[in-house]
Design a protein around this ligand. Structure first.
Ligand SMILES: Nc1nc2c(ncn2[C@@H]2O[C@H](COP(=O)(O)OP(=O)(O)OP(=O)(O)O)[C@@H](O)[C@H]2O)c(=O)[nH]1
Ligand SMILES: [Mg+2]
Length: 430
């Protein structure tokens, strides 16, 4: 970054126009609410929003998504606001995207919500696995759209030179397609290797019978702040959409001494691109393999109900809908006490906390302990002295109530998770 007159030079920010269609019958999000969220995504990606355009339609047009008259309007708005980029709130098909670009005179970049989210993910990925997962999703998005990009170049006769003469023999489009396919298969192989490692770790946790809690929730709900509050760890928490991409797992000792693990992972959003869900399969498995999911909701957000709905949709999509779930309403410190009370009445089973101030965290931990213990089996087992390892396991995984020594061995009375109880079954005395 250069310095001019003592001030850091701001790189030219992309100027974006947001386009949404208001389809009837209405989904849950109004077009304005959805565009508000798109604007936050644009800001997260360090661009500015300079205009909005919406159209009420029974369903989008197959060729141009919005009506051709609307596209004229869009062109005028783009000229008037000196826009550089047009972003549609819904995923455009490759041909819609190139049709619109052409009709706007090839002067503006035409993107959609998916491309924007993929771009943000690309900037926030920090681990090797995270970067590969994002690259995979980006290439999958790009692949069917290459034709449009090359049509664009071919039209630009002024450019000439290298590239403009391509097309004899294998066309550049074919070359690029092949390069992308090759790159995708390399990434796929690398990801398979990494996900094997992750699976081994996860299997280790499953086999060790450690109780696993996953935090799931809308982006910016406060999942990372909560894992920090629960486990004293140091995950990056930021007022940013998709601040976290890579999962973090931390140990937590419950009152009574049982050790469990808690995992924080990527946030969800409405209209989450399916290519991302697909590419982040191994990351999301941390959620779909958990014993308990805490759905973290920003209680203070006016759209909290809809956000919870979107989260439930993704949980269903990743096959996690049968896992026991507790709704955790966060950020109550930002609300009036009366509003919190009203919300408590509407959601009697939920837990209300502030991950930031720590309010309600002890109650949450007690709630987790109670749910973890609800599967427990109470029994007495006589274990021979030479089986000391099993005795250790009882103390690690269960809650020992009584321990009596005699010549035959140790008689332990305890409540144990079902996995441990079945290991102990043959020693059972009552
Ligand atoms: N006032 C208040 N702010 C909170 C609370 N919990 C989290 N925040 C803030 O909300 C913002 C988002 O928090 P994160 O923990 O990064 O949210 P996240 O769910 O991990 O978000 P992503 O990783 O982006 O999906 C941060 O600015 C936090 O400081 C809370 O209980 N009260
Ligand atoms: Mg986070």
């Amino acid at each position: 970054m250069g310095i001019r007159q003592g001030y850091p030079v701001q790189p030219e920010r992309e100027r974006c126009i947001l386009v949404g269609v208001d389809v009837t019958p209405r989904g849950e999000w109004s077009v304005d609410e959805s565009l508000d969220e798109l604007e936050r995504l644009v800001e997260t990606d360090d661009a500015v929003c300079v205009g909005r355009l919406t159209q009420r339609l029974a369903s989008p047009y197959p060729k141009t998504f919005i009506g051709t008259g609307k596209i004229d309007e869009l062109r005028e708005l783009a000229e008037a606001t000196e826009a550089t980029t047009v972003i549609f709130d819904d995923e455009l098909s490759p041909s819609q995207q190139s049709n619109i670009e052409r009709m706007l005179g090839q002067k503006y970049k035409v993107l959609d919500r998916t491309a924007l989210i993929l771009d943000i993910f690309g900037q926030h990925a920090t681990t090797h696995e995270g970067m590969l997962q994002v690259q995979m999703a980006q290439l999958q998005y790009l692949y069917p759209r290459l034709r449009g990009m090359w049509a664009h170049l071919a039209k630009d006769k002024t450019r000439g030179g290298i590239g403009s003469r391509f097309g004899q023999g294998e066309s550049q489009l074919e070359v690029d397609r092949r390069l992308i396919r090759d790159r995708m298969s390399v990434i796929r192989r690398d990801l398979a290797k990494i996900s094997q490692n992750r699976d081994v770790q996860r299997k280790g946790r499953v086999e060790s019978q450690t109780y696993r809690v996953a935090l799931a929730g809308y982006t910016n709900a406060g999942k990372s702040t909560l894992i920090n509050a629960l486990t004293g760890s140091d995950v990056l928490e930021q007022d940013l959409l998709f601040a976290t991409l890579d999962p973090t797992t931390r140990a937590l000792e419950l009152p009574g001494g049982r050790n469990i693990v808690v995992t924080d992972t990527v946030g969800f959003i409405q209209k989450l691109p399916t290519t991302l869900v697909e590419s982040f399969k191994s990351t999301l498995a941390e959620v779909s393999d958990a014993n308990l999911i805490l759905t973290v909701v920003d209680a203070h957000d006016e759209h909290s109900d809809k956000q919870l709905g979107a989260v439930n949709d993704v949980l269903e999509e990743i096959g996690a809908s049968t896992i026991p779930r507790v709704i955790v309403y966060n950020k109550v410190d930002l609300m009036e006490p009366d509003d919190v009370d009203a919300m408590r009445e509407r959601h009697p089973d939920a837990i209300f906390i502030s991950a930031k101030t720590g309010a309600g965290i002890d109650a949450l931990i007690a709630g987790i302990a109670e749910i973890a213990a609800s599967r427990d089996v109470t029994g007495a087992y006589r274990i021979a002295y030479h089986d000391a390892k099993l005795v250790d396991l009882c103390h690690e995984r269960g809650n020992v109530i009584e321990q009596v020594y005699d010549e035959a061995g140790i008689t332990i009375t305890l409540t144990a998770p079902p996995e441990l109880a079945s290991m102990l079954e043959r020693y059972r005395v009552s």
